[in-house]
Ligand binder design. Sequence first.
Ligand SMILES: [Zn+2]
Length: 253
Amino acid sequence: MNVVCIFAHQDDEMRCLGTLQRLAEAGHSISFVCVTNGNKGLPFEQAGSSEQRDNSERAAQVREAEMRTVAGHFDGSYECLGYDDGVLFDGPELRNKLIAVLRRLDAELVFTHWTSEYNDDHVVTAKAVTDAALFTNLASFVPQTPPLESVPRIFYVNPGDGYGFEATHFVALSDLHVQRKAELIRCHASQMEVMRQLRGHDYADEMADEDRRQGARLMVAAAESFRPCLAERRIGWPSDLPGELPAATVNPA
Ligand SMILES: [Zn+2]
């Protein structure tokens, strides 16, 4: 199965890195796509317009290298759609780029942001990815790339409390998955530094706490949680639940 993570920024995949390990162990291929280049992701060391421009370019380079390191641990590809960080808007170009990349990667399962949360780049990405995925099997969209046979299933990652996210699907993680997840998150060294300056701890610490909390709901050590996209009947049955009824049991005489 081809698993494609499409998030707004380099490091947003932290909310499914345990599940990605589980999927990789099961032999599935993992690819990463970021919609923005993350160029606002480093604090300015000095004020001034030329310094800001330099910082922006450096931020994008640093974050690309960090994201490639994470992708490399999964033997996965990484590509960036190149939009500026923090000012993402939906539109025909973004939709078409998303349709093209989902087709090129032959996406079968997609992880992306929940559709309502704290960062508007995330919200725009969630909506655009959902709508683009629903068009991947329609040949009239982006006709220069061949359509997928069926639209990929979409799972939204848990954005944390306060955004109306009620998880329906849980993936248990071992101690080793949790440890490895922290190591992978810390590949985004620049973002960990920003977080430590802001909050006194980093994202790896925060995700470990969250995964223990989700795990406690299932009486396991740690878990990640998700919701499937239910927006459209063209999306196939979630694989974790019983699918279609056997023909013989439908409308029995
Ligand atoms: Zn983000």
